[in-house]
Design a protein around this ligand. Structure first.
Ligand SMILES: [Ca+2]
Length: 188
């Protein structure tokens, strides 16, 4: 019996002549077989360990790259204050289907909190780890240091592509987590 919300199997395919090539700027990975990666995270269900009022998780995958004056305007996700010593804050998105994920692109705030995102992990799960404690994580990327303030960085998964449906960003212990946009690049 199939379990809802769980990845099964593995599939890859080559592009056919009928495939639509994504518009310029959305492609970050083309495999040797011609597979093209596109963002599959936009407006999918997002959640975070806690929410600072007005900074809900969905702001990090709403398709808007607005990242200016983020602390006051509520254009980026932000976990609650104050941060708790030893606790690793997280943000995640459920892609609502299984994808072969090649990279995760993160955009940080220009003027608030970006420096608090450092030494973090990007993991891919076969199912929601909040709903299924036995969900297995595969490491996409371990980031050493901080993404520069206001920058957009493409974190290419080690051992890509990684098959999964939930992508989670987990920060270093004891810091809030604020993300302005997260794109999950995968073979559709
Ligand atoms: Ca956004």
């Amino acid at each position: 019996m199939r379990t809802p919300g769980v990845c099964r199997g593995h599939s890859t395919r080559e592009l056919s002549s009928n495939d639509q090539i994504p518009s310029e700027g959305t492609v970050t990975f083309v495999s040797g077989t011609g597979e093209v990666a596109v963002n599959v995270a936009a407006n999918k269900p997002a959640s975070e360990i806690s929410t600072f009022p007005g900074h809900n998780a969905g702001l990090a995958n709403d398709g808007s790259f607005d990242n200016k004056n983020a602390g006051n305007r509520g254009v980026c996700s932000h976990t609650n204050e104050p941060p708790v010593a030893g606790v690793r804050t997280w943000w995640q998105v459920d892609l609502e289907a299984c994808y072969d994920i090649s990279s995760v692109i993160i955009t940080t705030s220009v003027d608030c909190c970006a420096d608090r995102l450092h030494d973090f992990d990007v993991d891919v799960y076969d199912k929601d780890p909040e709903m299924y404690p036995d969900a297995t994580a595969q490491r996409c990327y371990h980031y050493v240091g901080s993404i520069p303030t206001g920058a957009t960085e493409d974190l290419v998964c080690e051992n890509r592509p990684i098959r999964g449906r939930v992508v989670r960003v987990t920060n270093a212990p004891g810091y809030v987590l604020s993300l302005c946009e997260v794109q999950v690049m995968a073979v559709p």
